[in-house]
Ligand binder design. Structure first.
Ligand code: BYC
Length: 483
């Protein structure tokens, strides 16, 4: 018998080896194919997932229903026994395509032949980021600043694993043999492997300490939010429904990132105020991360994440939109014709040694537009961080670098632009790069602070405790049990 039911859809069937609400039991071929993929996934998890964690019991949330209130069920779980499953938000039988050339037609329940390869490519690109981030974070458990943070890391990890399942379901169910081969390849690529790397550059960078993890969760997971939101508009209904459910889980990842950095800022500002410090070296001597170093991490993670939006002007993006495969952020709330035929959109580019705004066809500028929406939300988060030094009477403010700074994709690739938007020669830029980007010494310093704090309610010296615990529990709750 299924343990939990969702009145509007198939039950979330936890009696199955693969929990799901897609009626897997009634499609034996698909079920067998996914059951063949499952051991490979578990091998991948034990090889590249969080290290030395097989025996831990972690206070995790697991989806038990896709209803608004029912998807987060908290209990102790051994991570390899986490119920990775396939959950889609309920189907709206009347859903219509609401942008592009097919506007007004019923949403697709199968993949139209003409869009097969483009959709597969989008799904594979999305899928590839999920295991990549788990690989990047593999070693962080060994240096956690608290049990609370350790639990949050593992929550993020298991949910990225579930997001991989979500995409692999689509590949197996809708893309036949090609889809199955892509699903295999997802378990073979490795973050940072020069011979078989992950697809997008940011997912081959190292996340070697917790500051990088919080920055990644704030900046890069938020690209995930925007890309998933654009895919949640898709005419291909199963993709829209699965990404919608992924977005509910994504919110917690963003919280972990924003609150994590805020707690670092808080602790540093408290120490600066208590001892009257301003010099980075004095601040470091007190075992906390100076705000200048923090700024360099902001510069790095922001610029690397901007690259994830692709080139500002992209015929791929235009084709995805016209075909109905990928919409704009909040497409349904935008009041225009949802076709963008003659519309224009301002895009920054380099012309004659200056940065100028050029009016581009809105259709080809969709990556720039999505990135601009993202930037506004990021700026709001940075403004919230800046209230902390403001409250504590510290004059430092975190700023976002110019969009042209340190870019490898799009209009600014190959330019040497400072965080405040000035052009330098390659030599001059390289000479000054350590002022703007974390140097090896910065990484070494941050790494030197990382210890392992696992006594309930205790926190490493470099980070303030959170305002409250998880799921209304006290901060000193035993979020991870070691036996
Ligand atoms: N690195 O027309 P262009 C997440 C390639 S994060 C390497 O500008 P397009 C998460 C591009 O593939 C969200 N290559 O790009 C976060 C193309 O190659 P081909 C992930 C890049 O196609 C944290 C060429 O350059 N989801 O979920 O308009 C933890 C020209 O491309 C990069 C998605 O990204 C790059 N950064 O847009 C866990 C959504 N950028 O065709 C998870 C799905 C571009 O010439 N993906 N290229 O060989 C897409 O919608 C699009 O593929 C992109 C690129 C937005 C990424």
């Amino acid at each position: 018998m299924p343990e939990f039911t969702d009145a509007t859809q198939q039950p979330l069937d936890y009696s199955q080896s693969i929990p799901n609400n897609v009626g897997l039991a009634s499609d034996r071929n698909l079920q067998r194919a996914l059951e063949r993929w499952q051991p490979g996934f578990l091998n991948w998890w034990s090889e590249t997932g969080p290290e030395n964690t097989a025996d831990l019991q972690v206070y995790l949330r697991t989806a038990v229903s896709v209803d608004r209130d029912g998807w987060a069920n908290f209990s102790y779980v051994r991570m390899p026994e986490y119920r990775w499953g396939i959950f889609l938000t309920p189907r709206d039988e009347n859903r219509k395509i609401h942008f592009g050339d097919h506007q007004g037609e019923p949403a697709w329940q199968e993949v139209p032949g003409e869009y097969r390869s483009a959709l597969r490519r989008i799904i594979v690109t999305q899928a590839d980021t999920e295991p990549a981030s788990v690989e990047q974070q593999k070693l962080l458990g060994a240096t956690c600043p608290s049990l609370y943070d350790l639990r949050n890391l593992f929550q993020v990890n298991v949910e990225e694993g579930r997001h991989l399942w979500a995409m692999v379901y689509l590949l197996h169910r809708y893309f036949g043999r090609d889809g199955r081969e892509e699903a295999e390849a997802l378990l073979e690529r490795r973050s940072g492997d020069p011979n078989n790397p992950r697809i997008l550059t940011a997912f081959n960078e190292k996340t070697s300490h917790w500051l990088a993890f919080y920055m990644f969760a704030f900046f890069t997971d938020r690209d995930g939010k925007y890309q998933l939101a654009a895919l949640a508009e898709s005419a291909f209904d199963p993709l829209a429904r699965t990404t919608k459910f992924m977005l509910t889980e994504e919110a917690h990842h963003l919280f972990v990132g924003e609150a994590g950095v805020a707690r670092v800022v808080q602790r540093t500002c408290e120490v600066m105020r208590e001892y009257g410090l301003t010099e980075p070296s004095d601040i470091r001597a007190h075992g906390v991360i100076d705000l200048e170093t923090l700024q360099r991490f902001v510069d790095f993670h922001y610029s690397v994440t901007l690259d994830l939006f692709g080139a500002e002007i992209s015929s791929n993006a235009a084709a995805f939109y016209t075909g109905g495969l990928k919409g704009r952020y909040g497409e349904a709330n935008i009041s225009d014709d949802h076709a963008l035929g003659g519309d224009i959109y301002p895009v920054a580019e380099v012309a004659g040694g200056n940065i100028v705004n050029r009016e581009a066809p809105a259709l080809t500028a969709l990556n720039a537009r999505l990135r601009d929406s993202y930037r506004r939300e990021i700026q709001a988060g940075v403004d919230r961080w800046n209230r902390i030094p403001e409250r504590l009477g510290i004059p430092f403010r975190i700023t976002l670098p110019h969009i042209g700074f340190h870019r490898k994709i799009g209009n600014f690739a190959g330019q040497h632009i400072t965080p405040d938007g000035r052009f330098l020669s390659k030599q001059e830029w390289e000479r000054r790069a350590a002022d703007w980007l974390p140097s090896d010494q910065d990484h070494e310093f941050v790494l030197s602070l990382m210890g392992r704090v696992i006594e309930p309610g205790k926190f490493a010296n470099w980070i303030a405790p959170p305002a409250r615990g998880i799921h209304n529990l006290p901060i000193e709750f035993e979020y991870v049990r070691f036996n």
